[in-house]
Design a protein around this ligand. Structure first.
Ligand code: AMP
Ligand code: ZN
Length: 114
């Protein structure tokens, strides 16, 4: 997707603070962090939303969560706690249409809201 911001980050065409990458995913710091830890984990494959996942993505979506846990652990939030968020479509708060898992730690979280 030539006009996708996160594809550009994946390809090194848009600057980002990349914290992890492997053959399946890239993770980088959110531009406008909502908490001391706020990373985004994206698949290398351009997948627009959660609705676009198929059975072939089972391993990928699991891997994204394993990477999220690793990033939280490395940032020191494994025990104190953190949040993962995946927004789907505009009504779900999605603004960038390349699948991404937020990893947020060190904020003051209520049970169900920010
Ligand atoms: P969402 O609202 O779930 O689509 O989240 C999109 C996230 O992408 C927001 O938290 C933005 O702050 C973040 N974001 C937007 N542009 C960039 C960028 N160039 N680099 C890193 N994060 C970005
Ligand atoms: Zn993309």
């Amino acid at each position: 997707m030539a006009d996708c911001l996160f594809c550009k980050i994946r390809d090194g065409l848009q600057p980002a603070d990349i914290v992890y990458q492997d053959e399946q995913v890239v993770a980088f710091r959110d531009l406008r962090p909502q908490a001391p830890l706020h990373d985004l984990v994206i698949p290398r494959e351009h997948i627009a939303t959660l609705n676009d996942l198929g059975p072939e993505h089972r391993e990928l979506i699991g891997h994204m969560h394993l990477v999220a846990a690793r990033l939280a652990r490395e940032a020191g939030f494994a025990e104190s706690g953190y949040r993962t968020v995946l927004n789907c479509n505009r009504g779900g708060g999605q603004t960038v249409f390349h699948l991404h898992l937020h990893v947020i730690g060190g904020g003051r979280f209520h049970l169900s809201g920010g």
